[in-house]
Design a protein around this ligand. Structure first.
Ligand SMILES: [Zn+2]
Length: 226
């Protein structure tokens, strides 16, 4: 059992590492939505937590990283395919999960009332995404035709003084909507899940990302506890 202070700086949890029973759970759930499986796994390993619906997403991701560290140690080794089309060779890479940068929420930020002014003078009140949004976000990522605009509506509390309705952002430029997304990000807590990848064969550099799928938590051939 380990006590961890999570990314937001406002939540502390106690968690245990995975057991053989957890591996069985992960292997038996392959047909389900991976985001839900991973949430169920996390809750099972947290002491005294029944739901993560109210958690900031940065805290959820941070707890998932902490769960992996508690189970296998901080060294995460994985394979990746080179992004250079003429190379495409497979290489090994590793990340020290204990050293991933974390950004807390600033003290003056109200996570449920972030005011953003559009260039047309209209105002939107936004909120930070929570654990309960994860399922919506993960099913949105799988369905075609939904992206940034949909995600922004999900996080809108009020738009132009009214309840948000579908289509409110349809006429805004994507440039301005990206500015709104970045505005929310600068107020949010975060654990940086980007990974710098370098291909040793051709010298290609690219950015990968830690994916919180069941595979992230299953033992692999290369894992050695640190
Ligand atoms: Zn390469």
């Amino acid at each position: 059992m380990t006590r961890v202070k999570l990314a937001s700086g406002t939540r502390e949890v106690v968690l245990r590492g995975l057991t053989g029973r957890d591996e069985k759970f992960l292997l038996q759930q392959k047909a389900r939505d991976p985001a839900r499986v991973v949430q169920d796994l996390l809750i099972a390993c947290l002491d005294g937590v029944k739901s993560i619906d109210d958690w900031f997403l940065g805290d959820v991701y941070h707890a998932l990283v902490a769960l992996r560290i508690e189970t296998y140690g901080s060294l995460y080794e994985f394979k990746f395919i080179c992004g250079n089309d003429r190379c495409k060779s497979q290489s090994n890479a590793q990340v020290d999960l204990a050293k991933i940068p974390v950004t807390p929420i600033q003290k003056n930020v109200n996570p449920d009332s972030l005011e953003f002014k559009f260039a047309d003078g209209k105002a939107a009140v936004m909120r930070l995404a929570r654990g309960r949004d994860l399922n919506v976000i993960s099913s949105m990522l799988q369905s075609p035709g939904s992206g940034l605009t949909q995600a922004l509506i999900l996080q809108t509390v009020r738009y132009d003084g009214k309840e948000p309705v579908p289509g409110i952002y349809d006429d805004y430029s994507l440039r301005e909507l990206v500015t709104l997304r970045d505005f929310i990000r600068t107020n949010d807590c975060e654990i940086d899940t980007g990974i710098q990848l370098n291909c040793p064969k051709c010298g290609w550099n690219g950015l990968g990302q830690i994916r919180f799928t069941p595979d992230f938590f299953l033992p692999s051939e290369t894992q050695r506890p640190t």
